[in-house]
Design a protein around this ligand. Structure first.
Ligand code: ADP
Length: 543
């Protein structure tokens, strides 16, 4: 067989030769921006020329601070295909995190969307590796008071180049891109993807039992392009030839997103659960429906049952997937197996699913490291290995993440059923250790969010003198029930749903659950601000 180098260049080739008429549609301030793949590939060639002229060499890191839009997609192709490394910056990070990441990666050139220039302002003078900043604007010049020096204009750079870039021969083991973990559990750490890993991951994403994206689809990724490569959707859509819709900076606005999906005929949507909580509310209130959508991919955190059922009842069928930045990210997909009884379908879809072909999985006892059985009862840390799984972090942080025998320790705690369904119990850092036993914060949250008066709930373990830790729930009532739901009501609701000793000691009502930069519940923030458990308020029932 040929020793064919697997690279992102292949995706570019398909877009040009087979899918040049397909469109990439981006929402703008006013109206929509449209570009065909054919036009885009020509611009990608120009962009590669511009990068070269700016002195970008193979292996150099090129950073992007951008929304989901067509220019960001151009960078997704031009940077890796000319041999450099695309580094997508998370625009929701605090300035000190951004500064840390840019310096850690030693980015050389930075591409920034005009609306995001204010985020860079606090970094003026603190990111010495950046030699050039390129501004991506729709006409209006950037405010001059940013203190970051001269910025080059994206369109002017492209206009000066040829549409025929001599793409270099790449080795599949070269770095193609990098992404930092969003820091849900600590400092962001860099994960570097190779051309080979991106290529194989893309093939994995496309499989029928996985995300099953086809040439006939119109895909709207609401997951940011800086969040684990937008779950691999940009390259998967390029490879398949699907039409792509980008929400640009209107990502969190359910009305805009639904409008875009409706106008452009989206068939697949993708985003974290918080996006769907907002979407359900908007659809119910507006009466709008999206009949063309056949799949709503949901991952990033466990999908609450109530949200899946609400979406299903609105005709939006959810597909639950699990993964992480370190796994490119696709790790498992929850499609019920052929022998699933109709009454067991929902439960199967709510699991994290079956590990995808190409990736191996095991669960191990965190204390002894011993592998645990797939009996649906024993739970331990998920460890994975495969061609798109990280073996370590950039600059060698946290070397203990790889076991001696070469498996990546995910930090997620799960059971696996005999059929192979993964059921995530918690993250090792979030699991509540009460009286020597574990309580799953995720299960409790889901049970609470099924209460008809509750919109969101996060559960954390707080120090307890007798039991080490006890669960405390932070719940956000639905707007119409604000001030009208009590702790007792919530705890009573849980009584027939969880073991007695799992019942939270307290339910505290808050206006909003703090979220991380990628829209997950930020338990670090909750923990830091939480008052200690009130002894007197604790329910009588404990283990
Ligand atoms: P961060 O680690 O900073 O949160 P990632 O997006 O890489 O950023 O997060 C990966 C983690 O998100 C996983 O390790 C897991 O804990 C959680 N996660 C992802 N998908 C799911 C899911 N479907 N169900 C439960 N947890 C999930």
């Amino acid at each position: 067989m040929q020793d064919y180098e697997l690279s992102v260049q292949h995706v570019l080739w398909r877009m040009e030769r087979l899918h040049s008429k397909k469109e990439v549609v981006t929402k703008r301030e006013q109206g929509l921006h449209r570009i065909t793949n054919g036009e885009m590939v020509r611009r990608v060639n120009r962009l590669a020329g511009a990068l070269k002229r700016l002195g970008v060499k193979p292996g150099d890191r090129v950073a992007t601070l951008a929304w989901n839009n067509y220019r960001h997609l151009e960078l997704y192709y031009a940077v890796p295909c000319m041999g450099a490394v695309l580094h997508t910056l998370n625009l929701r990070l605090f300035p000190q995190h951004l500064e840390f990441i840019i310096n850690d990666a030693e980015d050389k050139v930075l591409f920034v969307d005009q609306t995001l220039v204010p985020l860079l302002k606090p970094l003026a003078g603190k990111i010495p590796s950046i030699k050039t900043i390129v501004l991506m604007t729709d006409g209006a010049p950037a405010a001059a008071d940013h203190g970051l020096g001269e910025m080059l204009d994206y369109e002017t750079l492209l206009a000066a180049e040829s549409e025929d870039y001599p793409w270099p021969k790449l080795s599949e083991r070269m770095a193609a891109s990098m992404c930092y973990t969003s820091g849900t559990t600590g400092n962001p750490k860099g994960v570097v993807y190779s051309h080979r890993s991106q290529f194989i991951h893309t093939m994995g994403v496309l499989q029928a039992d996985n995300l099953a994206i086809t040439e006939k689809d119109t895909v709207l990724p609401i997951v940011p392009m800086f969040h684990a490569n937008s779950w691999g959707l940009p390259y998967a859509c390029g490879m398949a030839g699907s039409k792509v819709l980008f929400p640009d900076r209107f990502m969190g606005d359910a009305k805009s997103v639904v409008g875009l999906a409706e106008e452009e005929g989206a068939t697949i949507l993708a985003g974290v659960p918080t996006i769907w909580i907002g979407t359900v509310a908007y659809l119910k209130e507006s009466g709008k429906r999206l009949p063309k959508v056949h799949t709503v991919i949901c991952g990033g955190s466990a999908i609450p049952q109530a949200v899946m059922q609400a979406m299903d009842s609105l005709g939006l069928r959810m597909l639950h997937a699990w993964g992480m930045t370190e796994t490119s990210p696709l790790g498992s997909v929850a499609r019920p197996r052929a022998d699933t009884k109709p009454e067991d379908e929902l439960a199967a879809r709510l699991t994290q699913g079956i590990v995808v072909p190409g990736v191996e999985i095991r669960i191990c006892d965190p204390a002894t490291g011993a592998e645990l059985p797939w009996d649906g009862v024993a739970f331990g840390e998920i460890q994975v290995r495969g061609p798109w799984i990280a073996r370590g972090y950039y600059n060698g942080y946290d070397p203990g993440k790889l076991t001696e025998d070469g498996w990546f320790r995910t930090g997620d705690v799960a059971k696996i059923t005999p059929e192979g369904y993964i059921e995530i119990v918690d993250r090792t850092k979030d699991v509540i250790k009460s009286g020597g036993e574990w309580i799953s914060s995720v299960e409790l949250e889901n049970a609470i969010m099924a209460h008809p008066k509750i919109m969101e709930a996060a559960v954390i373990g707080l120090v307890h003198p007798k039991w080490d830790e006890r669960p405390v729930a932070f719940a956000v009532p639905k707007p119409e029930f604000k001030g009208q739901v009590t702790q007792e009501e919530v705890i009573d609701f849980l009584r027939d749903k969880v073991a007695k000793w799992w019942l939270p000691d307290e339910v505290r009502f808050i206006d909003e659950v703090p979220k991380t930069s990628v829209g997950k519940f930020d338990k670090k923030v909750l923990r830091a601000a939480a008052a200690p458990i009130k002894e007197s308020a604790a329910p009588a029932v404990r283990k």
